[in-house]
Design a protein around this ligand. Structure first.
Ligand SMILES: [Zn+2]
Ligand SMILES: [Zn+2]
Length: 213
């Protein structure tokens, strides 16, 4: 593939910050730049990446901590689902809950919505937005080719927690069933935490999804 996925696991929550890179042009998209902005900025600089968009699956503190630094350094616009705005504004409270220093709250430049498509690179490549709420009210998944960035909706062998403010277990399972399990088995899943997996593997062995499809 002419596209490359770079994964940097950052911060105390071991959050996966991703760059999707078109090798030929160096054009790139950042998904959930969560923490350790200096590490992420070093990758952008070393690889000479041209960052086009910062796209977030949701606004929990572990996923947004480096957004402002990347915006400032690259000028790339930041997109978030409007139903996540309350969570975004609660970053200082989220930080206090975990006894952490609060990262800056980034300004949102554009709204994500189900079916919205971002185009980047010389491919050009389409990034499609799918609403997958449940872990948080405005959680989304991004689809690019045969790859999904699911945030904290679906993990290898697990699913996102739903006990945080705005979380709902029934909604999350419904999102997974209707929006994620409809993809072919070979579809690669890059989650917000832990190793990557496939839709087929999770369909077969994820204990939370048994009997679902
Ligand atoms: Zn989360
Ligand atoms: Zn997370």
């Amino acid at each position: 593939m002419e596209l490359e996925v770079l994964c940097e696991t950052v911060g105390v929550f071991s959050e996966n910050s991703y760059f999707l890179v078109e090798r030929k042009t160096g054009e790139a998209v950042a998904f959930d730049p969560g923490d350790e902005p200096e590490r992420l900025l070093a990758i952008i600089q070393d690889r000479g990446l041209k960052l086009r968009y910062i796209l977030n699956t949701h606004a929990h503190i572990d996923h947004v901590g480096a957004v402002e630094a990347l915006k400032e350094a690259t000028g790339a616009p930041f997109y978030l689902h409007p139903a996540e705005l309350r969570l975004l504004q609660s970053i200082p409270a989220q930080a206090a809950m975990f006894g952490l220093a609060s990262p800056p709250i980034p300004e949102v430049d554009g709204k994500l919505s189900d079916g919205l498509v971002f185009r980047f690179g010389s491919g050009p490549f389409d990034i499609k937005v799918h609403d997958t709420p449940g872990h948080s009210p405005g959680g989304v998944t991004f689809e690019v080719g045969n790859v999904l960035f699911t945030g904290d909706a679906l993990f290898e062998g697990s699913i996102g927690r739903t006990d945080l403010p705005g979380g709902d277990a029934t909604t999350l399972l419904d999102s997974i069933r209707r929006k994620l399990l409809v993809f072919p088995d070979a579809t690669i899943v890059y989650p917000g935490h832990g190793p990557h997996t496939t839709i087929g593997e999770e369909r077969r062995s994820n204990p939370f999804l048994q009997g679902m499809s």
